[in-house]
Ligand binder design. Structure first.
Ligand code: AMP
Length: 483
């Protein structure tokens, strides 16, 4: 549930070009990306003549498991979207992909991420007479494309992209093109794959993560580059780089928590990265104990790495019930607390009488850690040592990861000793920021030019927070420019 006026657009996107039954392929891809968004889902297809669309609340399987729905989505081209966002109410008008008709034809668009100048642009566009139908950042793209004076769709898209500030991956479908875009710093992920084409020439897919490839029988080709636009049409794949080269800042939290472990991002396996982070954490924060226990699922690979490195046996001391959604989706603090108990149970066979090292990927509000420590003690653990495979989350994300406002982040208000007390652990340690970089194969964090976006741990925001931090004059001058 949103805690302030910031949109949190954690999402998954998928696109298919020249594949038999593009809607089914897109539904499968979205199913593999379900962890990136469970609130709502949508697919738009094009059958060579016209567009077709279906959007619904809930999971991919609940919406696209229906033969009648799938029969209404013909064509060999499609884009799809999974929505996690907790902005405002989840009503159908806030479900992507968005679709609009222009003089050049139709355009469907789905995006993952956040624009940091969305409010400013929205105000300017509204003043110009644009009527917004949703509260999504995606609609800002659509209006900017609509008012652009360029003739063709790619030039209009570039014109729109040059006005937005933010972290985003975008998939778009026009009458004759599939388009993929990654933000200039490449904060959010997007990859390109190849499939057997419907007409004998190659078919292509775009996806947030590589875990969506295998399920659709696609081969990984490459990551879309930061700031790159790929345009796929009957002539093949064209790459456009309108922004010039900037030093990439991929989101380090994708490795820590968000991506699926079987995905490979920027050449690094997420699973391997998590194990290496766990091993580094064991080197940095060892302690005598009898068992290493992950907080499932997200803490599992890091706990394996911690156990391997420390020699302390890995055991499943907490069992996760897979029939409950992510705790974060629940709206109130009270239900969030209950959610943790619904989701996790202690396994006394492993915990009774033991000194336990609990490994989780992050502490945000502290709700999960507090409940898990309490549960592990109630199951008879003698000592509970919490180890976290990320540095303390001290700052909110404005680039597409759902974090609450800063005041609600446990680490923004407390030091490690205070946090240990609050969650009830005998000891608490986080991996250091340099340890995190070392685990990811870098020497350590180069403060002058860091390799990743790690703003949630450092407060070093690489993309201007226009709506939130820029002097009012800057916002006003942008408003004046657009009006
Ligand atoms: P909290 O209970 O607020 O401290 O949240 C920490 C728990 O939420 C950890 O177990 C994480 O695995 C999980 N988590 C961290 N970040 C996110 C996120 N952006 N969305 C959903 N879950 C998250």
């Amino acid at each position: 549930m949103i805690d302030d006026d910031r949109p949190h657009e954690e999402c998954g996107v998928f696109g298919a070009w020249n594949v038999t039954d593009a809607a089914a392929i897109t539904a499968l891809g979205l199913h593999a990306l379900q962890h990136r968004g469970q609130e709502a889902t949508g697919i738009v297809t094009h059958d060579g003549v016209r567009f077709h669309s279906h959007k619904g609340l809930g999971l991919v399987g609940d919406n696209f498991g229906d033969a009648k729905v799938m029969a209404g989505l013909p064509g060999t081209r499609a884009i799809g979207h999974n929505r996690y966002a907790t902005t405002g109410e989840t009503v159908l008008r806030n479900v992507q992909p968005l679709f609009a008709e222009f003089e050049f034809g139709g355009l469907a668009v789905g995006h993952n991420g956040n624009l940091t100048n969305a409010h400013t642009l929205r105000r300017a566009l509204t003043k110009r007479g644009c009527l917004f139908q949703s509260t999504m950042d995606t609609e800002v793209f659509v209006h900017l494309i609509a008012i652009s004076l360029y003739a063709n769709v790619i030039d209009r898209l570039i014109d729109a992209l040059k006005q937005v500030v933010g972290a985003y991956s975008l998939v778009s479908l026009t009458n004759d093109k599939l388009i993929g875009v990654r933000d200039p710093l490449g904060v959010r992920p997007l990859i390109l794959g190849q499939v057997h084409g419907a007409d004998g020439t190659p078919g292509y897919v775009l996806a947030s993560e590589t875990c969506a490839l295998e399920i659709v029988g696609a081969q990984f080709m490459r990551d879309i580059e930061p700031g790159e636009i790929v345009v796929i049409d009957t002539t093949g794949v064209q790459s456009i780089k309108p922004f010039g080269h900037l030093k990439p800042r991929f989101c380090v939290f994708e490795y820590i928590y968000f991506a699926r472990p079987d995905s490979v991002m920027e050449g690094t396996s997420v699973y391997t990265a998590r194990k290496l982070i766990g091993a580094e954490l064991a080197r940095e924060a060892p302690t005598d104990a009898d068992v290493v226990v992950p907080v499932p699922d997200s803490g599992v690979p890091a706990a394996m790495g911690y156990a391997d490195q420390s020699g302390v046996p890995f055991e499943l001391g907490i069992i996760r019930n897979h029939y409950v959604g992510r705790t974060f989706i629940e709206p109130t603090d009270q239900i969030r607390h209950l959610g943790v108990r619904l989701k996790h149970s202690a396994n006394p066979a492993v915990l009774a009488g033991k000194r336990v090292i609990l490994v989780d990927d992050s502490i945000v509000r502290g709700t999960t850690s507090q409940k898990i420590v309490e549960m592990v003690r109630a199951a008879g653990a003698r000592e509970v040592h919490m180890r976290i495979s990320s540095p303390p989350t001290t700052h909110s994300c404005f680039y597409g990861i759902d974090t609450p406002e800063r005041g609600k982040l446990l680490a923004a208000r407390n030091d490690v000793a205070q946090m240990a007390k609050l969650i009830g652990a005998d000891s608490l340690a986080f991996i250091s920021i340099n340890g995190l970089y070392r685990a990811l194969g870098k020497t350590e964090r180069n403060d002058a030019a860091p390799a990743y976006c790690d703003a949630c741990f450092t407060g070093d925001y690489p993309i201007s927070l226009v709506d939130h931090a820029e002097p009012r004059e800057a916002q006003l001058s942008l408003l004046a420019e657009l009006t």
